[in-house]
Design a protein around this ligand. Structure first.
Ligand SMILES: Cc1ncc(COP(=O)(O)O)c(C=O)c1O
Length: 412
């Protein structure tokens, strides 16, 4: 969350004063948000819930994913992308990202097997996945696509809002997201059947309040209903969203213009699938070596994408340990329906992802940055890039002299 102030306080106070905090009521804030957000995204329906993790699971349930299904997830994402797959009884198959730090369409094509049913492209750090390529593969191979837009709120892919391109899109409104209610999440889709199943998962008794669609047989879901406090806060946050994204895009543009000269020294801007439409919450550079990336982040406030501590598959303990549920009898890794699926995560997998992530550095933007602060960021990037790239040059000298020594040994 970047900004919250008096408007949010007033909106929440109004709900409290009304004494009506339960979402199923007249003039519901949750319902108003669902309608407004669906229209903002350009989809038919949005179902609000308690978190992004529930949003992802509701999306998978909506799409009919369950035991016997493999779901392709990228090696770089918050672990909830993979644990949501386990929550519905399916198996996450972890595959490589490419230099855009999002799921690689080539890796998707290579990984599709007889049990693969869905792909979860994750728009990491607000940068869009290659949705044209992904949707083409999905159509060709009859796969379902659930976009993970938890980090991509407000972003788009070639003009289409993230979350409106796949068969469904899951969102998080937790504290760290572009739009937040402290916690919260939900699922967007244009398929009413998917929406109805997702709603049943989020609140198994929702039809008691809203009426039941006879086509959808109800099932036991979880309890992830949103409160009116969340709805009220998100209605205010939605009003701020476009302006915030525009100012972060403007900041990113200024930073890229101000650091363009560093291209001559070898500083590469991380390639993007939709460079003009990302959320611009980060400006990313891909350095030639891991040591250079480390030197960069030691010189200025920035982070290495692979070293956040929680966004790389090597850090998803429960998944790697095959602890897929709270009870062994319903652990997807041991379910008979999942026999024959790819449940192993081998040593040394996804090396391409680790290499890219350990060389990619991220500098955060902020809609509240002043011009002076942006100037300081540009100055810092100049300094950090020089230190980082000098590092590479020095490494080169060491490598060349080592090779010369080796050659001498060979001659002798
Ligand atoms: C990419 C991604 N997916 C899923 C989630 C899960 O969202 P939540 O924390 O709201 O459950 C997050 C949250 O950080 C995320 O960044």
């Amino acid at each position: 969350m970047y900004l919250a102030g008096e408007e949010e306080i007033e909106a929440i106070a109004k709900v409290i004063r009304s004494g009506k905090l339960f979402r199923y009521r007249e003039d519901s804030e949750c319902e108003r948000f669902e309608k407004r957000y669906a229209s903002h995204l350009g989809v038919r329906e949005f179902a609000l819930g308690a978190s992004g993790t529930y949003g992802l699971a509701a999306g998978l349930v909506g799409l009919g994913i369950g035991p016997g299904d493999e779901v392709l997830v990228p090696a770089h994402t918050y672990m909830a992308t993979a644990t949501a797959v386990l929550a519905v009884g399916a198996i996450p198959v972890i595959i490589d990202i490419d230099e855009t730090i999002t799921i690689s369409p080539d890796a998707i094509s290579d990984a599709i097997g007889p049990h693969t049913r869905a792909i979860i492209p994750v728009h990491m750090w607000g940068a869009a996945c290659n949705m044209d390529a992904i949707m083409e593969i999905a159509e060709h191979r009859r796969l379902l696509v659930l976009e993970d837009v938890c980090q991509g709120i407000g972003g788009a892919y070639e003009g289409r809002k993230l979350g409106s391109i796949g068969h469904a899109g899951a969102f998080s409104f937790n504290f760290f997201k572009n739009m937040s209610g402290g916690e919260g999440g939900g699922i967007a889709t244009s398929d009413p059947k998917v929406a109805e199943r997702a709603r049943c998962y989020i609140d198994p008794c929702h039809f008691y309040w809203q009426g039941r669609n006879d086509e959808t047989r109800p099932f036991a879901g979880v309890g992830a209903r949103a409160s009116e406090l969340l709805g009220a806060m998100l209605n205010v946050q939605l009003d701020r969203l476009d302006g915030m994204i525009l100012s972060m895009r403007a900041e990113k543009k200024r930073i890229l213009a101000g650091t363009k000269h560093l291209g001559n020294l070898g500083l590469r801007v991380t390639p993007m699938n939709s460079a003009d439409h990302d959320c611009a919450t980060q400006v990313m550079f891909t350095l030639p070596t891991e040591a250079a990336a480390q030197a960069f982040v030691e010189t200025m406030p920035a982070v290495v994408a692979g070293k956040t501590g929680r966004h790389t598959f090597t850090q998803w303990d429960q998944v790697l340990m095959h602890e897929g549920a709270h009870h062994p009898a319903i652990n997807p890794y041991a379910l008979p329906a999942n026999r024959g699926l790819r449940t192993e995560y081998r040593e040394g997998m996804c090396q391409q992802s680790l290499d890219i992530l350990n060389r990619t550095v991220m500098v955060a933007t902020n809609p509240q940055h002043s011009d002076e602060e942006v100037d300081a960021i540009i100055h810092n990037i100049d300094q950090a890039a020089r230190v980082a790239l000098e590092h590479v040059a020095l490494d080169d000298v060491v490598l060349k002299s080592q090779q010369a020594v080796d050659l001498q040994k060979f001659d002798a």
